[in-house]
Design a protein around this ligand. Sequence first.
Ligand SMILES: [Mn+2]
Length: 313
Amino acid sequence: MGIGQFAYANNSNRFLAAAELTDQRFALCGVPYDGAVTHRPGARFGPQEIRRASLMLCDGIHPLFGVSPLAHLGDAHDMRLPNASPLPQVRAQIEAQAAALMASHHCVFLGGDHSVTLPLLRAARARYGQLALIHFDAHCDTWQDHFGEPSGHGTWTYEALQEGLASPAHTVQIGLRSSGERAATGYVRDQGGLIFTARELRGIDGAALQPVIGRIRERIGERPCYLTLDIDCLDPAFAPGTGTPEPGGLTSSQVLTLLEELAPLNLIGMDCVEVAPAYDHAELTSLAAATLVWTYLCGQIAKSESGKLDHAA
Ligand SMILES: [Mn+2]
C-alpha cells in the first residue's frame, strides 16, 4: 500500500509539520487501529486528527521548556495495519514496527485504541528491560476479559503485568474513576503499585500537586519508564472525542502540570490513545492530545539539551 492510499492511514500530514523520519532522535508514529474497543469505535482516525491539530503548535517555543521539537523530531507516518484481523496478529505487526523504530529513536505513538499499548510495551521491554509504567486513564484496564473476549483495550495493563513487561511496584495509574469490580479497579494497588484516582485528585493542581509528583518520582526513581496517556483521563469537558468518556475527570491543567513535572524521569517513550474524532467538538480533544504530546516532547528535548531540567525540584 502506498502513502496516503487508505482512509485511516493518512500519510500526507505530519505532526507539527516536522520532517519525515530519517535520523532524528525523536520519532512519532501513528497506530490507526480500533478493533478492540468495548464501546464507541473511531480511534483509528486519531493520529491524523492529532497531527492536524498539532499544526497550531508548529511555529514556536514551548513556554516552560524553552525549546521547539522541530529540529529533533521526525514523523514516521502511520503503521499499515489491518483493522479486523485477530488481535494477536495485529499486535504482532505493531510490535515489529515499533521495535524497528525503537532501535534508533525515542518514540511517541498516537493511537488507536488502548489495546495497541501492549505490543508497544513488548517492544520497549525487549529494548530497555522491565519497565516502570505511568498510566493516565479514566479506566484501570486491568480487566481479565471483555464480555468473553480474552483481550482488548481494557485488559492490556493486566496482561502487561502478567507478562512482566512492567514492574507492578513501579506502575502508577492516574485519573481512574470508571465503574468496575474492585478486583479490577484496585488491581495495580493490590500488586504493590500506586493509584491516584480522579476523586483523590479533585481540586488539586499547581503547587498542590507536588506531594503527588514527589511520590511518583520517588517510586519510579531512575528506572526506564514508559508513559501511556489515554485521552479519557481528561474530563469530557476537555476531551469529549473519545470512545468511553467518563465524567468527573482530570483537567488539562492537572495533566499538563504532571507531564511537566515528571519530565525529569528516565522516560523512554510514550503513547497517546483513544482520540476518536467523530465524537469531538471544536477539535477540543485532538488539540488537547497534540498539546500533551508536544509538552512531553519538549520536556524530553530540553532535558537532552541541558542534561537536566531547570524547573525540576
Ligand atoms: Mn480509558
